[in-house]
Design a protein around this ligand. Sequence first.
Ligand SMILES: Cc1cc2nc3c(=O)[nH]c(=O)nc-3n(C[C@H](O)[C@H](O)[C@H](O)COP(=O)(O)O)c2cc1C
Length: 397
Amino acid sequence: MQKMQKYSKLRSLGVVTAGATALCFGITVYQNQDHLIRTFVMPAVRLLPAETSHNLAVWACKYRLYPASDYMDDMNLHNSFFGRLISNPIGIAAGFDKNGEAICGLKDLGFGFIEIGSVTPLAQDGNPKPRVFRLINDRAIINRYGFNSDGHEVVAERLRKLREREDFNAVIGVNLGRNRDTQTPVNDYVAGVRTFGPVADYLVVNVSSPNTHGLRDLQSKAKLTELLVAVNNARADLKNYEKVPVLLKLSPDLDLDDMKDIVEVLNKKQCRVDGLIVSNTTVARDNITDIKFVNEMGGLSGEPLRARSTMLIAQMYALTKGNIPIIGVGGVSSGQDAFEKIEAGASFVQIYTALAYEGPDVVDRIKEQLSSKLNERGFSNVRAAVGSNYKQYLPSK
Ligand SMILES: Cc1cc2nc3c(=O)[nH]c(=O)nc-3n(C[C@H](O)[C@H](O)[C@H](O)COP(=O)(O)O)c2cc1C
C-alpha cells in the first residue's frame, strides 16, 4: 500500500515536472529563443530521470515544439550521401527516435540525415527500467534499453505515411535490430530489408549494440558472412528502385584482428556493404570520473567514447583504403570533434549524447564551427577533408 502511495506521488511529481517543462517549451516556441532552451529547459529536463527526458525530447520533436533552425548550411557542407543530396553531413544517430515518430521535428533542428531505430521485427519492451543513466561530469550516458521497439509493421507504416506528404524531403536511414528471443537472427535482418527497403534511404545492419545477448557475435567472420550474404540476397530481390544502400554498424570494442576479419568478409563480393558506421556504444569504462553509475551494465556513449571511436574510424579507413564511406559517431559535440572524425576518414558524422546534454542548438553550432574549420584549413568542401589526416589517429605501434 505504502509502495503504491509512493509510486503515485512519484507519478504526480513526474506529471507536474513534465507539465512545467512542456510549458517552458511552449514559451520558448512562442518567443523563438534558442538560448532559453539551453539555459532553462535543458537543466530542468536533466532533473528528470534520463529515460523520461528522452521520451520528452522525442515528444517535443514529434509535435515540432522546438523552434525550427533558420541556419543556412554553408555550401562547403553540401555533399552527396549514398545517392541523395544533403546540405550538411551531420546526422542524428540511431537510438534517439527508435520508432520513427520524430522525423519532421529532427529535420527542423537542421540535421542533414536522420537515422531511426533500432527496429525489431516484432514489437518488444526491451530491458526492465531503470535502463538509462547520465554520467553528468563525463558528458556521457550508459544505456541498456535492449531494443525497445514498436516493431517493423508499425514503424514502416509511419514511414509510408510520411513519404506520402508533399512537403516531406528528409533523408532517412532505418537501423535494423533483432528480437531478443529470436531463434533465427539472420531472418530478422532479412525481414528488415524486405520491409524497409521500399521506404528507407539507407538501412543499417546493427550487429554492435551491447544490450542484446549474442548480438555482437554476429561480427565474427563466419556469422557476419552468413548474415551479409542473406541481407544482400534480400536486397537483390527488391524492385530496382527499392535497392537501398546497406551499411554495417560496428562496435568500438573490436581489436585490430577483429577489424581485419571484418574487412576480409567485406571484400567478398556477396558480402559488400555500401558504408560503415563507426561506432556504437562501448562496454569499456575508460576515462570515467563520475563513479555513481559507472558499474551499470550497458553501452557507454558521449565524451569518453570520442577518441576511441575516432581511432577506429582511422583504422577502418586505412584497412579499407578509403573505399567504403564511413559515418563517424561517438562523443561529437563540437565542430572540432566533427572535423577530427572527418580527418580520420569519416565522410559523414552522427551525434546523439551531445543532443541530450546541450539541447537542439548544438546541431547548428557544430555545423557553423565545422564550416569555419574547413575554411581555416583550406578545404573547399567537406569531401576534400575526408581521411586527410587519418594517420594521426592511428594507434602508435
Ligand atoms: C540512449 C541511447 C540509445 C541508443 N540506442 C541505439 C540503438 O537502438 N541502435 C544503435 O545502433 N545505436 C544506438 N545507440 C548508439 C548511438 O547511435 C551512437 O552510436 C552512440 O551513442 C555514440 O554516439 P554519441 O557519443 O554521439 O552518443 C544508442 C545510444 C544511446 C545514448
